[in-house]
Design a protein around this ligand. Structure first.
Ligand code: TYM
Length: 337
């Protein structure tokens, strides 16, 4: 218990807006599991965030549970980590509203993700999509974490969270701990296998070069065999993100799955060419994902267990979140209930 009290805190989440990809695994969950021993951890399925883009309700429900099963299968032990569904902890929506009033229009307008998503969903540029970062700030600040592990694309949101927290603290005193993003050195930005200048995204279909955590070994091998390599004449496995984005992306994936350095990978495939390299990356991914897929499939059959995990998680998370929310309500001048 004494150890628990002194442990630093960490928090992160993923939107169940699509099936988890190799990108979200290497950029996020894999690192969460590695940091889990040293931190008191809170991880959630960001279903409130998911509905900023239209969702099929049955798919959203299935994916939320599947995501929980995948978190556990990736090594997040529910005994040691607090795993919960965002919408079960009402404090997220409540603090999200308050923080909306401390996030500036200009700041929200500058968010890269808002610009990208508005371009992709021109017929549904809703208020939630715009104020998404205030809700994300609430997700984070409720738990007063020391560290927020995210992939590269979410760094801007964590930085805005920092700005909002500083602004709020500037008015009301030290209410929020200022969070730091933690972006992994390898794997922070996994690109599409067929378009290595675009991020591998969970909302894309198979043809856009994404690999899912639950894909079969055959599907994974097919995806890697048809991965785009670069049109240089070298046919040489060498890291150069600028001029060889396809090969560099495959090297990043291989490095993240095997723990090898880029120099070691270059030496391993010296003189062998892309034809040998691509299936080798595929095999490394198959072996990395195999135990996760098998364990997640097993857990998905045990709905009662999953329910006990998310109920427990919501209770623990709600307890911590309520403490912060009460403090905020008092500071802004709400009459206590
Ligand atoms: P989301 O659901 O888009 O992605 C979840 C996590 O996976 C990382 N990621 C990637 N990393 C490397 N390469 C990729 N291709 C790749 N794709 C995704 C993301 O950076 C992220 O860390 N807004 C967040 C969810 C969220 C959240 C939070 C995160 C809501 N509240 C509070 C942290 C703290 C999101 O949409 O992530």
């Amino acid at each position: 218990m004494a150890e628990e009290m002194t442990k630093k805190r960490m928090l992160s989440g993923i939107k169940p807006s699509g099936d988890l990809t190799l990108g979200s695994y290497l950029g996020a969950v894999k690192n969460w599991a590695e940091l889990a021993e040293d931190y008191e951890c809170f991880y959630f399925m960001a279903d409130l965030h998911a509905i900023t883009v239209r969702q099929n309700p049955a798919d959203l429900r299935r994916r939320t549970l599947e995501q929980l099963a995948q978190y556990i299968a990736c090594g997040l032990d529910p005994e040691k980590n607090t795993l919960f569904i965002q919408s079960h902890v009402r404090q997220h929506a409540e603090l999200g509203w308050v923080l909306n009033c401390y996030a500036m229009f200009g700041e929200l307008s500058r968010m890269t993700q808002f610009k990208d998503k508005s371009a992709k969903n021109a017929d549904n540029i809703n208020g939630g999509l715009f104020t998404y970062p205030s809700l994300m700030a609430a997700d984070i600040l409720l738990y007063q974490p020391d560290l927020v592990p995210v992939g590269d694309d979410q760094k801007q949101h964590v930085e805005l969270c920092h700005t909002i927290a500083r602004r709020f603290n500037g008015i009301y005193g030290d209410v929020f701990k200022l969070p730091e993003p933690f972006v992994p050195k390898v794997g922070a930005r996994i690109m599409s296998l067929t378009n290595p200048t675009a991020k591998m995204s969970k909302s894309e279909n198979e043809d856009t070069g994404r690999v899912l955590l639950m894909d079969s070994p055959d599907t994974i091998m097919r995806q890697f065999k048809r991965a785009i390599t670069d049109s240089d004449t070298e046919n040489c496995v060498h890291f150069d993100r600028e001029n060889k984005p396809g090969v560099s992306n495959l090297m990043t994936i291989y490095a993240a799955c095997t723990g090898k350095s880029f120099d070691e990978i270059q030496a391993e495939f010296a003189g062998k060419g892309y034809g040998v390299f691509k299936p080798a990356v595929g095999e490394a991914v198959v072996e990395t994902l195999r135990p996760i897929r098998e364990e997640a499939t097993r857990l998905m059959k045990d709905k009662a267990y999953l329910e006990s995990v998310y109920r427990d998680g919501a209770e623990k998370a709600g307890f911590v979140a309520e403490k912060t929310l009460r403090k905020v309500y008092k500071k802004v001048g709400f009459v206590p209930r």
